[in-house]
Design a protein around this ligand. Structure first.
Ligand SMILES: Nc1ncnc2c1ncn2[C@@H]1O[C@H](COP(=O)(O)OP(=O)(O)OP(=O)(O)O)[C@@H](O)[C@H]1O
Ligand SMILES: [Mg+2]
Length: 256
């Protein structure tokens, strides 16, 4: 059967602490080709765990995750992840951190040089190429992590709160950049965030998870047309309805 589904999570179960901590069980979701699915859920409900499982960095205790129809067993060349805590190598300079994935993938030196320059520019870190991570602010380190993933030009991007450490202004600039990149060259994206506004601005759909053990509380379609800008989305008549609906779903959970 032909399917445009790129990432499929089927009845995924993950346990920690010798089975005493049930992070999620029987979790299911899917991401279609060139679709952005934003995942909202309370802290500690298992979002990072789920994303790491999608990237093949940890194994499940039940169910399975398929990418392009085959079970995930380890990181793939066409999939890149932006880590919540940046995942930078402290002993490498910014430039080398951004180049790292491309070098691993065996890209040619001119390609590496060109992409490193382009994505460092995109995330606003020109002038810091030779800095070490500890010489940067948290938001700058996060942008290095983002540049490293984007430089791979992956067709599936797994983003774990990639803008969580940025100040509000930089965050909106990066969101608009991501929307612009998406417009030029749509990728398949799973985007974890704590921000309802961000989920609406970036997502084609929003998956709202419950508290642990996480399950899908509801999946919403963001029926706001593209091309989008953050300002345009916020001004759209559907924005407030979607935002209130997400709030209600997350609040109910808190009350429960
Ligand atoms: N390696 C591990 N060993 C044991 N427990 C873990 C491990 N990693 C995560 N956990 C636990 O699993 C649960 C889910 O963690 P996870 O980091 O996936 O949550 P999250 O939804 O990403 O939270 P946040 O929104 O705060 O980033 C938490 O209770 C956490 O303590
Ligand atoms: Mg997390």
């Amino acid at each position: 059967m032909a399917t445009a589904e790129r990432v499929v999570v089927e009845r995924a179960t993950k346990l920690y602490n010798a089975g005493t901590l049930n992070v999620f069980s029987e979790l299911g979701l899917s991401v279609r080709d060139r679709e952005t699915v934003c995942v909202l859920g309370p802290s500690g409900c298992g979002k990072t765990t789920l994303l790491r499982a999608m990237h093949g960095l940890l194994s499940l205790d039940g169910g399975r995750i398929l990418i392009d129809g085959t079970p995930v067993r380890g990181p793939r060349r066409n999939v890149a992840m932006v880590f919540q805590h940046f995942g930078l190598m402290p002993w490498k300079r910014v430039r080398a951190n951004v180049a790292y994935g491309l070098e691993l993938a065996g890209a040619a030196q001119p390609t590496i040089a060109e992409r490193v320059r382009r994505y460092i520019d995109l995330v606003g870190l020109v002038g810091f190429e030779r800095a070490f991570p500890h010489e940067l602010s948290g938001g700058m380190q996060q942008r290095v992590g983002l540049a490293r993933a984007l430089a791979m030009e992956p067709d599936i991007l797994l983003m774990d709160e990639p803008f969580g450490s940025l100040d509000a202004q930089t965050r909106e600039i990066m969101q608009d950049e991501l929307l612009r990149i998406y417009q030029q060259d749509p990728r398949t994206m799973v985007f974890i965030t704590h921000s309802i506004e961000e989920a609406i601005a970036l997502g084609d759909r929003i998956v709202v998870l419950t508290a642990r053990p996480a399950r899908v509380r509801e999946t919403l379609v963001v029926d706001i047309p593209r091309p989008r800008t953050v300002a345009g989305v916020i001004a759209h008549p559907r924005f407030l309805e979607l935002r209130d609906h997400c709030w209600r779903l997350l609040r109910e959970r808190v009350a429960a």
